[in-house]
Design a protein around this ligand. Sequence first.
Ligand code: NDP
Length: 273
Amino acid sequence: MKKFAVFGNPIAQSLSPTIHQMFAQQCNEDISYEKILAPEEGFVEAATRFLAQPDAIGCNVTMPFKLDAYHLAQVDDQAAKDAKAVNTLMNHEDGTIKGFNTDGVGLVNDLLNNGVALKNKRVLLIGAGGAARGVISPLLEAGVASLIMTNRTIARAEQVANETNHTRLSVVSLDNIASVKPHVIINSTAASLHNELPCRIDAKVLEDCEVVYDMVYKNSPTLFMREAKARGVNQCLDGLGMLVEQAASAFQIWTGKTPRTQTVVSELRAIVS
Ligand code: NDP
């Protein structure tokens, strides 16, 4: 039996074991996948111990350990390098632990699954944490015309933009987001977890907006999605599809098999609601 796990703190709410068991069933893989609550300072030791087991193939890493995982792993993956954050670890046959970031490809695939065209679009990315960092290079690779970051703590967004140094990436303060006239707005902040808005999204901000995406998912549309819908944005998506797509990409890295995601999204939607 191939062994997998997800490390986080907290971790009880994680849907990853359910998702990966669904993938394994589809792909005829015999796996175990456990949730491991790592102590705040103890992720590296816990993950190293897990990966040293004979049948351990890899693990996922969630908040707040993605940066620790980046430092633990050998990283060739460009999205992980840009993000300086890793959400997928794998034992490599050369004896090293390889690190990947599948959050960005998960977001882009979910947008594409929902018929959202990214090519030549202006995209406003709200937030500058680990999740925002992970999606920058995949969004740029998907052909967006410009990616504009904003964040409550603006210095954090500026630091990300300086570190990644992409020509199509810029920063705007929360007070000036209306000047961006975004076609797509992505909320990568944790604000929706607390039923808060990450910023004001008035009619001016939404003038050209076709799609609003919230990385958080709940049992009903988030406040951010509801506010955008009320102001006329037709397509308001949550992050459940991204969660499944980033998991599918990790599963593919580990097993070489590509699971079908849409049935899994539907089944999870029923579980979450
Ligand atoms: P981090 O802790 O690294 O960053 C949090 C970000 O949210 C920062 O930009 C922070 O701003 C901002 N923020 C937090 N609270 C508020 C608030 N009340 N108002 C405005 N901004 C706020 O977290 P991550 O980036 O790793 O994750 C962010 C969210 O994305 C989480 O809720 C997570 O669940 C979700 N996520 C979803 C995924 C999916 O597959 N659907 C994958 C990864 C993440 P500041 O810098 O000012 O503190």
